[in-house]
Structures are given as C-alpha cells and as structure tokens.
Design a protein around this ligand. Structure first.
Ligand code: FAD
Length: 527
C-alpha cells in the first residue's frame, strides 16, 4: 500500500517528472515557491524553460521514484488517553504533559529541530493571529542543546554580505533584536535580554580583495546598511592598535553590527512559542511515512497516477519507543543534520526530483578564548583579517575570542567536538598577532567547537518547499550565519505557509530548485 512506485506507466519518463512537478503541488500549492518553469503548450514546449546544465536536465526528466521509506507503524493510543479523549479532557499546549498519556499523534505543522531556526519558525507561525488554530509541534532530540550550532556560535550580526537577501535578512534581524525584549514578552513572560554589543564588524581586504569590498559596499549601502570604507591611514586613525601592513581597504559597520547572546535569543523564541501554544516533543526523528496520493489527469498531459506524499514522521523517545506524528506540513530545521534527516524522506536516494540530496552537512569550527593584557581593549569590533582569521572582544577584562574556517584540505573530522589546539598555535595566533601586535602576549584560556550547518553547494541557506515533496519545507544550510537570520527566516516560512509567498524579503533564489538545476547562488562573505 505505502511507497508503491508511480503507476502512470503510459507517460514518457520525462513527461512524468514534469507532470509531477505541476501536479504534486496541488495539495499544498500555496506552500510552493518553485522556480522551475514549465510550459503546457504542445510537445516541444513541454520541455523546461530553465537553462539548466544538460546533465541535471536529464535527471529532472527521469521518472521520480520515492524509494521505500520507513515501514508504516500504527499510531499509538494509550487506553487511558482514549478514555480521556472520550471525556474531552486534553493535555495539549503543555509540553510538560507529553508523556505516554498525552503524546500528540497529529498536528498541522511539525518542525524537526528546536534550535534557533525551529523556535523562530514556531514563534512566527503562532504569532500570526494569536489563535490561528494551527497546531504546531517542534520535535527536538536534545532540549539541553549540547551539540546545537545555536548555542555554540559566536552570535555575530552583520550586514556585510555580498547578496541582497542576506543583507536584508540581517537588517531585519537587527530590528528584531532591538525589540526582542518587548516582542518576546508575554503576560507572565519576561522578554529576553539578548545583550547586544554594537561594536561592529571590520573586514580587511588586500589589493586583490578590494574591488569585491567596494562592490559589496555599494550594494550594502543601497539597501540601507551603514557601512563605511576606510583607507589604511584612516583605519589606523580609528583603531590605533591595528597593523595595516598588506591592507588596501577596510569596511566597517557603524550601525546594526556586533554580537549578542544566542542562548538568550533561543530561549526567548522558545518560551514565547510555548506561551503561544506551540508543543515541544523530546524525541529523535527516525523516519518518514508516505501515503499514495492520486494525482488526477490533466488534458493533454497524461493519465492519473499516484505519488508518495509525506504523511507522518516516526520519532524515537528517550525510552526507546517509536511513535508517529501525522502532519500536513513538515519543516526541516535540523541544522547541520538536515542533509541526513532529509534522506529519511527519500531526498538524495530516490530518482528524478529525488536524486539530489540536500547538500547540508556538519563542518567543525573551533573558537579559542584567550587573555591579552595588551590587546585592543573595549573598542574592538569583530575583525575579519585578510587571512580569514577573525577575532573580537569577549566581555571585559582583556578577554578575546578568535577562530578561522579551515581550507577544504584541512577540514577536521566531525565524529566528535574535540578541539585541535595546534590549529590555534600554527594558524590563528600567528595571523592575528601579525595584525594586532598586542596579541603577541596572550594566554589561551579555553576553547570550544561547534558544527556549521554547511551547504556544500553554495554556502547559502535553503529555504522553501522541496519540488517533489511539496509538503516538506527547508530552513537550513546557513553555513555559519544562521543566528542573525533566524528572525527573518522564521517570518519568511510563516509567509510561505500563511500567504503562499514571500512578502517582506523575496527569498525565492534560496529555494531547493537551484540545487536541482545546478544554479548556485554564492555568498562571498563567509567567515
Ligand atoms: C563556531 C560557530 C560560530 C558561529 N557564529 C555565528 C555568528 O557569528 N553569526 C551567525 O549568524 N551564525 C553563526 N553560526 C551559525 C549558527 O550557529 C547556525 O547557522 C544556526 O545556529 C543554525 O540554527 P539551527 O536551528 O538551524 O541549528 P541548530 O542550532 O543546530 O539546531 C538544530 C536542532 O535540531 C536538532 N535535531 C537534529 N536532528 C534531529 C532529529 N533527527 N530529530 C530531532 N531533532 C533533531 C538538534 O538537536 C538541534 O538542536 C556559528 C556556528 C558555529 C558552529
């Protein structure tokens, strides 16, 4: 019954794919933001209008087959709960009551991952018209967030990106943070103090990188960001502690840039979401089930056929039991694990539109904390050196943090979160000490590491529906800049769900379609 292959055998294979792209979206049409354009006129013009690379086109026209997913499981209903249901007693809206008795069996929207993305999306969905009746469930396997990127990040906010979407999302994030205490407060809920430190970002460029900096600056300022360019002379005047050797140009954010406490923002979103009625379930998502859905024929296209629509997730509780939750729409916000979890829905292991995997994987990044009595002091922005090493002040009392993204050949293993101290000694320290002579005298105090939710395709977010699984949306792949974009992404997903399109910021270019059609949208300013 479940996972049966498509039955429209009379259709040409490529036509079947096209037919599905058009048709599968009907149950959730308003959620789709597909950019792949198809024409309905005649045989020739049935080919796609996109100018995708031929290889990828042939994949697109291959018949889409969803491989067999998790074996169906009967929904569990506790006998006492059955009696309570009969009497009309419910434990809904109280996450504390998600035990054997009150485990939720169905919802409108299930969000996989309760990090900053999942919590922001949940908040925005329920915030839109307080009691909009949507039942939203967040499935989070580790409510202590021990390995979540959110709590292991350095909480930076900047407008210095090279893509308009990223700049606009950061501007939105800055405005949201300014009002977070008020927006995330409630009757009996105090809003978070996100402790924003408005000390800016400082990007340094060599002669080779100066043109890109100028181009970025034009775009950033045209969108309302307050970024200023500095010659080496002016740079030294503003920050006397810096060595300007090798610096051709610098850009400095004068407003809306700095860093904040990601843990406080996460809790703010989470607590407010709970107050608005979002339910949190502590469980690991371990599978998806589909149901055969009949796609009705259209004149001139082909016969009716079935498609495997995602129907429910399987979650493993801490006691090892596996339960199911039925949903209308699922949002993938599992951070660095999103690529792996998406495979459970057949993405990357099927054929046709399901052949391409979600290219999001964990990449380990180290953050080193040190004491430097002769360092820059209070007026120290998050500085990104020409070498790629970065540093910023951490609290008061002469403490700083620093790090660097390794080159492709140096990528460390991801099996654990152990820190490599030689990376600091051999790479980071020499580079930052060259830039700030005051960093020659330091004492390394501590270090941690976390996983970037790294998009190997173009280091940018993937936002919106999957072209085949129209009721699966992505909000992942932020590659090191997700914290600051969480408020904007949460709102964007809410707009897709409620309004059927992006309203505030047009994020269509970040859709999954670009992966299928091989159209990367590169962000130049990845730190
Ligand atoms: C060292 C470092 C520095 C960073 N610095 C910055 C910065 O300065 N500015 C910035 O904007 N961003 C920064 N980032 C990036 C930012 O932290 C991430 O982009 C952001 O936190 C992603 O949020 P998320 O909710 O998608 O992921 P996460 O916070 O990782 O949350 C995902 C959640 O999903 C859960 N999950 C995973 N799989 C499952 C499953 N199968 N079932 C149930 N739950 C599951 C996990 O337990 C996790 O809690 C940094 C990241 C790192 C590692």
């Amino acid at each position: 019954m479940f996972n049966r292959a498509l039955t429209g055998v009379q259709l040409k294979p490529w036509l079947k794919s096209k037919y599905l792209v058009q048709s599968v979206s009907f149950p959730v049409r308003s959620f789709c933001n597909s950019q792949i354009k198809y024409s309905n006129k005649g045989d020739e013009s049935d080919k796609p209008l996109s100018n995708a690379v031929p290889d990828f086109q042939s994949e697109l026209f291959e018949e889409t087959r969803c491989p067999p997913l998790t074996k169906p499981l009967k929904p569990f209903l506790h006998p006492i709960k059955r009696s309570f249901d009969y009497l009309g007693i419910t434990g809904r809206n109280n996450p504390q009551t998600h035990n054997n008795l009150y485990f939720p069996r169905h919802c409108d929207i299930v969000i996989i991952g309760g990090g900053i993305m999942g919590c922001s999306i949940a908040y925005w969905l329920k915030q839109r018209g307080h009691d909009n009746g949507l039942r939203v469930i967040v499935v989070e396997r580790d409510p202590n967030y021990t390995r979540a990127s959110t709590v292991l990040s350095v909480g930076g906010l900047r407008q210095q990106f090279s893509l308009p979407e990223n700049i606009q999302m950061s501007l939105f994030g800055a405005e949201f943070l300014r009002n977070a205490k008020r927006l995330l407060s409630g009757e009996n809920l105090e809003g978070p103090d996100v402790q924003f430190h408005p000390y800016g970002y400082l990007f340094l460029a060599t002669q080779k990188g100066a043109d890109q900096l100028i181009e970025n600056h034009k775009l950033q300022t045209s969108l309302g960001a307050k970024i200023k360019l500095f010659s080496p002379y002016k740079l030294k005047e503003k920050f006397p502690w810096i060595n300007t050797d090798g610096v051709e140009l610098a850009s400095f954010g004068q407003e809306n840039e700095g860093w904040f406490d990601p843990w406080a923002l996460l809790n703010g979103f989470r607590n407010k979401a709970i107050e608005l009625g979002v339910e949190f379930v502590k469980a690991d998502t371990v599978g998806f089930e589909t149901e055969d859905t009949l796609v009705h024929s259209k004149p001139g296209v082909g016969e009716s056929c079935n498609y495997n629509k995602l129907k429910r997730i399987h979650v493993r509780l801490t006691n090892g039991e596996v339960r199911t939750i039925d949903f209308s729409l699922c949002v993938m916000a599992a951070g660095a694990q999103s690529g792996e979890v998406s495979k459970l829905a057949g993405i990357g292991i099927g054929t046709g539109l399901l052949r391409k995997a979600l290219p999001v994987e964990p990449r380990k990044r180290y953050v080193y904390c040190f004491h430097a009595p002769d360092g820059p002091g209070l007026d120290c922005p998050l500085t990104v050196d020409t070498t790629g090493s970065y540093f910023r002040r951490e609290g008061l009392g002469g403490h700083y943090i620093a790090g660097k993204s390794p080159t492709a050949n140096e990528e460390p293993g991801i099996a654990n979160l152990d820190v490599d101290y030689t990376f600091f000694d051999q790479q980071v320290w020499p580079e930052i000490a060259q830039r700030v002579p005051g960093f020659e005298n330091i004492k390394l105090k501590s270090a941690w590491s976390g996983y970037y939710d790294y998009n190997t395709f173009d280091q940018n977010a993937v936002i919106g529906s999957h072209p085949y699984h129209g009721n699966l949306m992505f909000a992942t792949g932020f590659s090191g800049h997700g914290i600051q974009h969480a408020p904007a992404v949460g709102k964007a997903i809410m707009e897709l769900v409620v309004d059927g399109r992006f309203i505030d910021i047009d994020l269509k270019r970040f859709g999954f379609d670009r992966i299928l059609t091989n159209h990367p949208v590169f962000e130049q300013n990845i730190v």
